[in-house]
Design a binder for this molecule. Sequence first.
Ligand SMILES: [Zn+2]
Length: 201
Amino acid sequence: MIRLPAFCAALILATQTPVSAAEGDVLVQAGHEGRPASCALVPRRTCFLGAAAQGVRERDWTTIVADEATRVLREHGYAVLRRPADYLGRDSARAAVFLHFDGAAPPCASGASVGFPDTTSRAFVDAWIRSYTARFPFRFVGENFTEHEHRYYGFRLVDAPEKLLIEFGEMSCPAQFAWMQPRLRELGDRVAAFLMERVPK
Ligand SMILES: [Zn+2]
């Protein structure tokens, strides 16, 4: 095997990764998707690999949910910008969602939550919380409850009036894990329904 210096590897990765600067109706990002390899694209960004529990990684789940939401939205005629964790360029859309699952120590200290920048409307945030907490039978732990949620780097990668980071629940909590695991596609359908309601065609 030929060993390349790190900057070479980053360069190769950069040339293989399309630079995105697209316009769409909605942007859907799967949290942590493509890491750790994609971190070489943006060396100064902290390379969080995401939560893991019971042999499952957060990014295995976020991609399933994001793909399902994208499938439904495209079926309804939406132009969807489907993004991984790291990419170059800046998009524009009418709304953007960033999909995550939480991990906590001790287990079950967390639950579902949302993060958003100050520009996101109250109506957009409330609509998601109302729709999700009606289904999710565990704790909703709050809004922007960490600085990481409030100042998520993904918010800076898209121009959109409405941006929302969604934490569906805590995968390190066995009861929440058991509830979420068989419902990943359903979560994607909920995200799609929410976006179609808030961002009508
Ligand atoms: Zn995450």
